[in-house]
Design a protein around this ligand. Structure first.
Ligand code: MGD
Ligand code: MGD
Ligand code: SF4
Ligand code: MO
Length: 919
C-alpha cells in the first residue's frame, strides 16, 4: 500500500457525530490516527472505535474481486466488465418484461453523498421507479417524518454548540455515552464548565449515559409520547405557552393541547402509564418549565417504534408551543446514527422523497425532470425497506441491488428476509467484506472501496458536510460505489447523464440541484458549492448547510418561517399508542435491543479489532436479578431467548439497573460471529404506518436457562475455515478475534465422544490443507480429569503453539491473555509447556478481569485494585494512576460506576502521588 500524502485529514466512518480524523503513516508503513483538533465536531477527541481505526486498515475478509454465484452454489471470480453486464442485463430484462417497479436498490447511510446521489438519480431519474430505499429507514425515518410533518422540511434545527450552551438537555431514547461518545464527552465537559446545566435521561434502562443525569426517568417501554403529551399539558398549565410565536408561526396548537389533555390530563393515571412516580414527572416538567434554553435530543428509543413519528411530534410540539426553536441553545434534536445518514436524507435516498429535499409534488417532479434532462422521472413514492424486501419475497421485485448494508442481519424477521432474497431472481451486493450474512444470498458480489480508500463527503448530525479523503489507493479490484452505479447506468443506455469524471463533479451537480429554482423555497441550498474546482473540493473545510450562492446563510427557523405551504409550523394532535406486541404468560418479557460501546452494527470492521472485543466479546442477555430468579437464569451461564419467530442463545448478565419485565440484547451478533446470536430473528416486521420504521425495542419473548454440561474455548492461530461456527460442538458458539489467534467460546450439552480426536480432526483442517507430507516434530500436551470434567489439549508443531482447547464445567470466563502470549513465542520452553498442562501460568499474573478501558486494556480487577490501593475517589485520579480513561474517554461512565461501587477502605489508603513516589 503506497501512501498518497503525509498527514491526511478525513472523517470517521462510524457514527453520526462525524469526527475529524488525522491519519498518518510512519516510515515502517504503519498507520496511526488521532482526532483532528480543528474539526468542529470533535476538536481533537475520538472514542474507542475512532481511536482504533488504524487497526482496521488491513481489514480481513475483504471482497477483492467481482464474483458470481454458480450452479453448485459456489462463487466464481468474474471481470468487472462481465459483472456490470450481468447486473445491467438483469435489470433491463426485469424492466422490459415487468416494468420499472419490478427492480429495486437498497442503500445505506454508510455510503458517501456522491454514491447516494448517483444511486438516487439512476433509480428515480432514469429507471423511473422510486423503489430505492435505505437502511436509514430502520434508523431515523420516524424523526424525518416528524420533522416533515412539523416543519414542511426535514431540517434538524440544532447544532452541537446549542447542546453545550443549553441549560437543560433532555436525552430521550439515546444512550449517548455508547452511541455518540464524543457528543457525550462534549456534554460532560460543558457540565464541568457550567455545573448548573441539567441533564434528564429518559430510558427504561439505567445506561452509562445516566452517569451524567441529574434525573433518570426509567420510563415504561414505549410510553414517550404520553410523557411528552403530559409535558405539553404541564407547560400550558404553568403559563409557558409562547402565544406570540404561535400567532405568528404555528398552526394546530389548540387541537394538539386538547389531544394531550385527553391523553395525559390526569397526573396519577399518567404517572402510572409511564411507569414513573408523580414526583419524577413533576421534577422533569418543572425543569422544562423553568429552562428556556432547552435542547431535547432523541434517538432510537423513540424512533424504532410502531408509533415513532407520533413520539417525535409529541416532543417537537413542546418546543413549538414554547417558541424554543430557531434560537441559540434550544430546539428538538434528532441525532443521526450512521456517518452519512444525513447526506442520504439530503440527496433523497428515502423512497418517499424525490431528490434534494423535494417530494413527489407535480412541480418538484417537473423541476427535477428538467434539471436531470429526463422524461422518465418516478411519479410516486416507492417501496420502503420492509415492504421492498416483502415484495422480493412475493416475487414482485425481480432484481435487487443492495449497497453497503447487511439486511439479513439488520432488518426485522431475518428468516423472512432470507427467504425473500433466496426467492428473488437477481440479488446484487456491493460490499467491502466477503462474509456478511447477506453475501450468502447474493448472485453477484461487487467489491467496494471502504474507509481509507473512499473519496467524497458525508453530513453529520448537525448538518455539517465533511470530506472523507483517501489514505491509499483502492485495495484489490475494489471500486467506489458511484463508479459501479455509473457503469450500470451507462450499460442501461443513460450514459451521458452519468458521465462523471470524479467525486467532485458529482458533488457540484448535487449542489446545483439543491439550488435549482430554489430562491429560499427549500431549506437545503448548497448554491455556494456549484462551481467548486477540484482543488477547492479537495480542500473543502467542514461546513454546515445551508450555503446559498447569493447571500449569507441564515439559521433555519430563526426568522420564524418554516417550509410548509403557508410557511407556518404545524403542531400535531397526538394520542399515545402502546407497544404493538402483547406480553402474555407465554411471552412475558419485553426484548429491548441496541448498541454496545465498542461494536458497530454487524461488526464487519470493529469485530476485526481485538481490543474492541475486550469490553464485551459475546452476545449478552442483560436481565434484572429478580427476573433472572423468576425465570431460573444464572449469571455467566447461557440462556435461550425466543418467540414464535425464532430463538437465540446468549450469555446471561445480571444487572439491577435493568428494568424489571424487560431484557436487553445487543444488536451486533450476526451469523458471521455467532451460531445463534442474531436478535432480528425474533423481531416482528411491525412498522410505523407513517414513516415505515420498524419497532425494534419492545418485542415480547420468553427466556429459559440452557442446561449446559460443559463450557470451553478454542484458541487457534489460523482460525477455522468457513462455515467455521457450524463445525464446533455444543449449541453455543461465538467467534472472538484476538491478537495472536482466533478464539471460539463454546458451551454444550452433548459432547464429542473423544475430545482429542475431535480437536485433531477439526482444528487441523487448515494445517492439513497446507501440509502434503507427514510432519515431523508435532506434539500434544493433554490434561484430563474426568472427576471434575476438566480437559485441556494443546498442539505444538516444531516448538510453536498451533491451538489450545479448554473444557470445564465452570461457566465463568477464563483469562486467556497469557495463552495469547504463548502463540507469539517462536518456541515454547519447558516452563511454558508446564503452564499449558496446569491451565494457568506459574506465578500467575493476576487475572485482570473483564476489560473496561479498551485503549489501555485495563481490566476491572486491575482497576479495583488501584482504587483500593491508592484510595481513589474520582475518575481523574484513577486516570492519573493507571491511564484508564485518559485517551478516548469512552469508559469514563464505567470508571465512575466502578469507583462508586468500590469505595476504598480507609486503612489501605495511599494517595496517587505517594504511589508514584513509591513506584
Ligand atoms: N457503539 C456504537 N455506536 C453507534 C452505533 C453502533 O452500532 N455502535 N450505531 C449508530 C447508529 S446507526 C445509530 S442509529 C445510533 C443509535 O443510537 P442510540 O439510539 O442511542 O442507541 P440504541 O442503543 O439503539 O438505543 C438507545 C436507547 O433507547 C432505549 N430505549 C428502548 N426503549 C425505549 C423507550 O421506549 N423509550 C425510551 N425513551 N428509550 C428506550 C434503549 O434502552 C437504549 O439505551 O448509534 C450510532 N452509534
Ligand atoms: N434489533 C435491532 N436491529 C436494528 C437496530 C436496532 O437497534 N436493533 N438498528 C437499526 C439501525 S439504526 C441501523 S442503522 C441498521 C444497521 O444495519 P446494517 O446497515 O446492516 O449494518 P452494518 O453492519 O453497518 O452494515 C454495513 C455493511 O456495509 C459494508 N460497507 C461499509 N462501507 C461500505 C462502502 O463504502 N461501500 C459498500 N458497498 N459497503 C460498505 C460493511 O462491510 C457492512 O457489512 O440496523 C438496524 N437494525
Ligand atoms: S464519536 Fe467515535 S464513532 Fe462517532 S464519529 Fe466520533 S470517533 Fe467516530
Ligand atoms: Mo442507525
Amino acid at each position: 500500500m503506497k501512501p498518497l500524502e503525509a498527514v491526511i485529514k478525513t472523517t470517521c466512518p462510524y457514527c453520526g457525530v462525524g469526527c475529524g480524523v488525522l491519519a498518518e503513516q510512519n516510515t515502517a508503513g504503519e498507520w496511526s490516527v488521532r482526532g483532528d483538533g480543528e474539526h468542529p465536531a470533535n476538536f481533537g477527541r475520538l472514542c474507542s472505535k475512532g481511536a482504533s481505526l488504524a487497526e482496521t486498515v488491513s481489514l480481513p475478509n475483504r471482497l477483492m474481486t467481482p464474483l458470481q454465484r454458480i450452479a453448485d452454489g459456489g462463487l466464481q471470480r468474474i471481470s468487472w466488465d462481465h459483472a456490470i453486464d450481468r447486473v445491467a442485463d438483469g435489470f433491463r430484462a426485469a424492466i422490459d418484461e415487468f416494468g420499472p417497479d419490478s427492480v429495486g436498490i437498497y442503500v445505506s447511510g454508510q455510503i458517501l453523498t456522491e454514491d447516494y446521489y448517483v444511486a438516487n438519480k439512476l433509480m428515480k431519474g432514469f429507471i423511473g421507479s422510486a423503489n430505492i430505499d435505505t437502511n436509514s429507514r430502520l434508523c431515523m425515518s420516524s424523526a424525518v417524518a416528524a420533522y416533515n410533518r412539523a416543519f414542511g422540511s426535514d431540517t434538524v434545527p440544532v447544532s452541537y454548540e446549542d447542546l453545550e450552551n443549553a441549560d437543560l438537555v433532555v436525552l430521550s431514547g439515546s444512550n449517548t455515552a455508547y452511541a455518540h461518545p464524543v457528543i457525550y464527552q462534549r456534554l460532560v465537559a460543558a457540565k464541568e464548565r457550567r455545573p448548573n446545566m441539567k441533564f434528564v435521561v429518559i430510558d427504561p434502562r439505567k445506561t452509562a449515559t445516566c452517569d451524567i443525569a441529574d434525573l433518570h426517568l426509567p420510563i415504561a417501554p414505549g410510553a414517550d409520547a404520553l410523557l411528552f403529551n403530559g409535558l405539553l399539558v404541564a407547560l400550558a398549565d404553568a403559563g409557558k405557552i409562547d402565544h406570540d410565536f404561535i400567532a405568528a408561526s404555528v398552526d394546530g396548537f389548540e387541537a394538539s393541547l386538547a389531544a394531550a389533555r385527553a391523553d395525559a390530563g390526569d397526573p396519577d393515571i399518567l404517572a402510572q402509564r409511564c411507569g414513573l412516580s408523580r414526583a419524577q414527572l413533576e421534577q422533569f416538567y418543572g425543569w422544562f418549565i423553568a429552562h428556556e434554553r432547552t435542547v431535547s435530543l432523541w434517538s432510537q428509543g423513540m424512533n424504532q417504534s410502531a408509533s415513532g413519528t407520533d413520539k417525535g411530534n409529541a416532543l417537537i410540539n413542546c418546543h413549538l408551543a414554547t417558541g424554543r426553536i430557531g434560537k441559540p441553545a434550544m430546539g428538538p434534536f434528532s441525532i443521526t446514527g450512521q456517518p452519512n445518514a444525513m447526506g442520504g436524507r439530503e440527496v433523497g435516498g428515502l423512497a418517499n422523497m424525490l431528490a434534494a429535499h423535494q417530494g413527489f409534488t407535480p412541480e418538484a417532479i417537473d423541476r427535477v425532470s428538467r434539471f436531470w434532462g429526463s422524461e422518465n422521472v418516478a411519479q410516486k413514492p416507492g417501496l420502503k425497506a420492509v415492504d421492498l424486501f416483502a415484495a422480493a419475497g412475493t416475487g414482485q421485485i425481480k432484481a435487487l441491488w443492495i449497497i453497503a448494508t447487511n439486511p439479513v442481519f439488520s432488518l426485522p424477521d431475518s428468516h423472512a428476509v432470507r427467504a425473500a432474497l433466496a426467492h428473488c431472481p437477481l440479488v446484487v451486493l456491493s460490499e467491502c467484506v466477503a462474509n456478511t450474512d447477506t453475501a450468502q444470498y447474493a448472485d453477484i458480489l461487487l467489491p467496494a472501496t471502504t474507509w481509507g480508500e473512499r473519496d467524497g463527503t458525508v453530513t453529520n448530525s448537525e448538518r455539517r458536510i465533511s470530506r472523507q479523503r483517501p489514505l491509499y489507493p483502492p485495495v484489490g479490484e475494489s471500486r467506489h460505489d458511484w463508479q459501479a452505479l455509473c457503469a450500470v447506468a451507462e450499460r442501461l443506455g443513460f450514459g451521458t447523464a452519468f458521465d462523471f469524471a470524479d467525486a467532485a463533479a458529482i458533488f457540484r451537480e448535487y449542489a446545483a440541484l439543491t439550488a435549482f429554482e430554489n430562491n429560499g423555497s427549500r431549506d437545503l441550498d448548497l448554491g455556494a458549492f456549484t462551481q467548486l474546482s477540484e482543488a477547492q473540493y479537495n480542500e473543502l473545510p467542514p461546513t454546515r448547510w445551508p450555503q446559498p450562492a447569493c447571500h449569507a446563510p441564515i439559521e433555519p427557523f430563526s426568522d420564524g418561517r418554516f417550509f410548509t405551504q403557508n410557511r407556518r409550523a404545524r403542531m400535531l394532535p397526538i394520542t399515545a399508542q402502546g407497544a404493538p406486541s402483547a406480553l402474555t404468560p407465554l411471552y412475558p418479557l419485553r426484548l429491548n435491543t441496541g448498541r454496545l460501546r465498542d461494536q458497530w452494527h454487524g461488526m464487519s470492521r470493529t469485530g476485526a479489532v481485538p481490543k474492541l472485543l475486550n469490553h464485551v466479546g459475546e452476545p449478552t442477555l442483560t436481565i434484572h436479578p429478580m427476573d433472572a430468579a423468576r425465570y431460573k437464569l444464572r449469571g455467566h451461564q447461557i440462556a435461550r431467548v425466543g418467540n414464535t419467530r425464532g430463538q437465540l442463545m446468549t450469555r446471561v448478565v445480571l444487572d439491577e439497573h435493568q428494568r424489571q419485565g424487560s431484557v436487553f440484547v445487543p444488536m451486533h451478533w450476526s451469523d458471521a460471529f455467532s451460531r445463534d446470536g442474531l436478535v432480528n430473528a425474533l423481531i416482528a416486521p411491525i412498522i410505523d404506518p407513517i414513516s415505515g420504521q420498524p419497532e425494534f425495542k419492545t418485542q415480547s419473548v420468553w427466556v429459559e436457562h440452557y442446561p449446559a454440561e460443559w463450557f470451553g474455548f478454542v484458541l487457534i492461530r489460523e482460525g477455522l475455515p468457513v462455515p467455521e461456527l457450524k463445525q464446533l460442538p455444543g449449541d453455543y458458539a461465538i467467534k472472538i478475534t484476538a491478537t495472536t489467534a482466533t478464539r471460539y467460546e463454546l458451551a454444550g450439552v452433548a459432547a464429542p465422544s473423544n475430545w482429542m480426536d475431535w480437536a485433531k480432526t477439526t482444528l487441523n483442517q487448515q494445517k492439513n490443507a497446507l501440509e502434503t507430507d507427514a510432519v515431523i516434530d508435532r506434539e500434544w500436551i493433554e490434561f484430563a480429569d474426568s472427576a471434575t470434567g476438566r480437559y485441556r489439549i494443546a498442539q505444538i508443531t516444531q516448538g510453536q503453539l498451533d491451538w489450545v482447547l479448554h473444557i470445564t464445567r465452570d461457566s465463568r470466563a477464563v483469562e486467556t491473555q497469557w495463552l495469547l502470549g504463548l502463540f507469539a513465542e517462536p518456541t515454547l520452553d519447558a516452563a511454558q509447556r508446564a503452564d499449558l498442562i496446569a491451565g494457568k501460568p506459574a506465578g500467575a499474573q493476576a487475572d485482570v478481569g473483564p476489560i473496561i478501558c479498551a485503549c489501555f486494556s485495563l481490566g476491572r480487577n486491575t482497576l479495583i485494585e488501584a482504587i483500593e490501593q491508592h484510595h481513589i475517589t474520582d475518575a481523574k485520579a484513577l486516570g492519573a494512576c493507571t491511564e484508564a480513561g485518559t485517551n478516548c474517554g469512552s469508559c469514563l461512565p464505567e470508571l465512575k460506576a466502578l469507583i462508586a461501587q468500590n469505595p476504598p477502605s480507609a486503612e489501605s489508603a495511599t494517595s496517587p502521588a505517594q504511589a508514584s513516589i513509591e513506584d
